[in-house]
Design a protein around this ligand. Sequence first.
Ligand code: AMP
Ligand code: MG
Length: 391
Amino acid sequence: MITFEEAQAIAFQSLEALGTEMIPFDSALYRVLAENIITKEFFPPFDKSAMDGYACRKEDLSEPMEVIETIPAGTKPIYSIGKNQCAKIMTGAMIPDGADTVIIKEKVQIWDENHIIFNDVFSSTNICYKGEDAEEGEVMLVKGTKLEAQHLAVLATLGQIRIMVYKLPRIGVLVTGSELVEPHETLRDTQIRNSNAYSILNQLKQERFHATYYGIVSDQYQLTTDQLLHSIKNNEVLIMSGAVSVGDFDFVPQILKENGFEILFHGLHMKPGKRLLFAKKDKKWVIGLPGNPVSTFVQMQEFAIPFLYKLMGCIALKPPIFLSLDHVLERKNGDKKEFIPVQINASGKVNKVAYNGSGNIQALIAADGLMEFPMGKNRLEENERVRFISF
Ligand code: AMP
Ligand code: MG
């Protein structure tokens, strides 16, 4: 048995790069950049007005000024601004030569037909200067960045329409269990519906991974062997649920060993999901999730998704978020890292929700996320800061 952190370190050490590809920037949501993006221009590319108002000279602000033209956004100014002159200017328009400030429309009075006067105290120039956001040659996005909407907006700003990203891992999903039927099938006694396939596939979908689903395999040695090998054949990663524990029919660890996989760990000080299994052969990885639905869900979120991002070359995982605990929490044994479904209440603190253990997937409905009960502790105080993981 190892700690969750040790398990994660072992998994990350086993990584091998998947290669890169060029793709259009606007289909790159949640992909990981495989190159540094360097600006080839200045941003903004010219001095531009930050407000609707009048471009003029600061030294003329106490006197009436003649309005010599109107400059819409996207239009080049015709005149330069001389003494006691100004140009009506729109937000985003180019600052005319000679002007060093923009006074806002709301702080100006009409003096006569073509003159205005400033009626406030000067406070700011209201100019966005050329290059103030980024200069030519600056590294704007670093290799290894997971691309979200704000990064795609920056790529659009730079005109970087094709980018190099790491390839997506090909992922297979296979669930084990002779008691399982698919949701559309009729339940006989002794059976339950397969829910893990649908949490796994949709947790992957939420992160925009693609996966192939290989269905349910019953707990028979040869069938499981055949279906496991078939499910990993065209994929780099196989995510499985069930059959990794110590029951008589939990064949997955043995099948992996007999087929040349190295089991890098099997079992960690964590709840739920302590029998998590991780194996590798050549450039193929198997994640064996314990079958209880909350275990599967939590290990997908905590272990599998971060692993997949690392496999794609991501350099930074999500930073931790800490919230205050609403009430004292105690447990008998502090020998593991534990994840507990919680709600965020009206005062922004976390509350435990009703939860019967790792089979109780329904408990997640009332929860906003999970909180971590750290290993080594068996009591957490009211208002103590705890790590919160949102769904
Ligand atoms: P296992 O890890 O195979 O020993 O399964 C542990 C528990 O999770 C058992 O009660 C199983 O019936 C249940 N379980 C296993 N796989 C699934 C699944 N795909 N969907 C729902 N429950 C499952
Ligand atoms: Mg099972």
